[in-house]
Design a protein around this ligand. Structure first.
Ligand code: SAH
Ligand code: SF4
Length: 373
């Protein structure tokens, strides 16, 4: 039901965009074409570390290789077509792909980090009924280049923004470099396993962006077969969109629960290789009158292993015509306190970028209804 059996309609870009290749694939290409394997490091330095696509500036790369590369590969990255900056510094991007499809990304500023939330698919097949993206259906997977390219585009935007702000002495809102990446934009990342895996390898590559494994988080709605293959994935943080510890409630929220119910999901979670002191994050969307009672807390306590888990409470982000409501602030606080009393580690996700509708799927919805600037 949820598998994407349709061919990736972006095959052209998949085979020819240089950012689709991992470090070892670039090395293999270079060796096959008579170049030294050490050039991979130099190339990754230019195109990732320096984020420089202008090959005339690649001073240590031979003319011959440069013309070979530019003849064979595209170095295109997604184009930012809309940017909205919230009062709290959250930036929402609309990225346009080569085939004109658009996805969103959000840059969120915390005191200690700057996190980019990227999309992994155009639309999503999972149909969660609280999620705007879920109501829009699935279009296609994003390629590795389109996923890692969202980082590169946002990084260029940020450099430009910082430069302009340096000239403006009065502006205090300077943002630093992007330090963290979360796969929490549009799409179910585990339904695009290989491309997301390769994008993760490219984000982590020490000779390139060198983002640490603890600074990348993959969020999944609970794709059991792929969760059981996570030992093939780089060891990044895993977040499970749980939203209820009761099958009867989760069935209503997420159609996937009718295929992989909580029992099967937790059997699969047990197979995730966890390094020492690492935990699985459980995202818990708090919805008024649906999953915010004592019964829900008791079910959570029975289901989740305390020592290896943390719970991230996400107050439901309302959007135009959404079916659900966000609980009151006192209910949210109460829910978190009750979990604390039962020795659970929980945090409440602060609503960032509320004035620019920075929740899942909302920028695209605005654009489609013609209200975007
Ligand atoms: N498909 C993946 C990752 C993208 S969604 C997943 O579902 O985990 C990222 C997070 O945004 C999920 O936890 C999802 O439940 C949450 N989300 C979706 N719609 C939301 C809304 N209206 N308000 C708050 N969070 C929402
Ligand atoms: Fe897809 Fe995640 Fe939205 Fe569910 S919450 S529809 S899995 S993007």
């Amino acid at each position: 039901m949820f598998e994407n059996t349709s061919p990736n309609i972006h095959d052209f870009a998949t085979t020819t965009n240089f950012y689709n290749l991992t470090y070892s694939e670039v090395t293999a290409y270079l060796l096959q074409n008579g170049h030294s394997k050490f050039v991979t490091t130099q190339l990754f330095n230019w195109i990732y570390k320096k984020n420089e696509r202008n090959h005339t500036l690649w001073s240590n790369i031979s003319k011959n290789l440069k013309s070979q590369l530019t003849n064979h590969f595209s170095f295109a990255i997604p184009e930012i077509i809309t940017t909205q900056i919230s009062k709290d510094g959250t930036v929402k991007f609309l990225f346009k792909m080569c085939d004109q499809e658009v996805v969103e990304g959000v840059l969120i500023k915390f005191p200690d980090r700057l996190t980019l939330c990227v999309s992994t698919q155009v639309g999503c097949a999972m149909g969660c009924n609280f999620c705007y993206t879920g109501t829009q259906g699935f279009k296609r997977n994003l390629s590795t280049a389109e996923i890692v390219g969202q980082y590169l585009s946002a990084d260029l935007w940020l450099k430009n923004f910082n430069q302009n702000n340096q000239n403006n002495q009065n502006n205090q809102s300077n943002l630093e470099k992007i330090t963290n990446v979360v796969y929490m934009g549009q799409g179910e990342p585990l339904n695009n396993f290989l491309n997301v895996k390769k994008a993760t390898l490219n984000l982590m590559e020490p000779e390139g962006l060198a983002i640490g494994q603890r600074k990348i988080t993959l969020s999944t709605s609970g794709m059991v077969p792929q969760i059981m293959k996570l030992d093939e994935f780089p060891s990044i943080n895993i977040a499970i969109s749980l939203h209820s510890a009761r099958n009867s409630v989760r069935d209503v929220l997420m159609p996937i629960n009718k295929i992989y119910d909580l029992e099967r999901l937790f059997e699969a979670i047990k197979t995730i290789p966890l390094k020492a002191h690492r935990r699985i994050t459980y995202e818990y969307l708090l919805i008024d009158g649906l999953n915010n009672t004592l019964l829900d807390i008791e079910a959570l306590c029975k289901l989740i292993p305390r020592e290896t888990s943390k719970i991230n409470i996400i107050p439901f982000n309302e959007y135009p015509n959404s079916k659900f409501k966000c609980p009151s602030e006192s209910n949210i606080r109460w829910f978190s306190d009750e979990l604390g009393k039962r020795n659970f580690t929980s945090t409440i996700r602060l609503s960032k970028g509320a004035d620019i509708l920075a929740a899942c799927g909302q920028l695209r919805s605005q654009m489609q209804s013609g209200t975007s600037d």
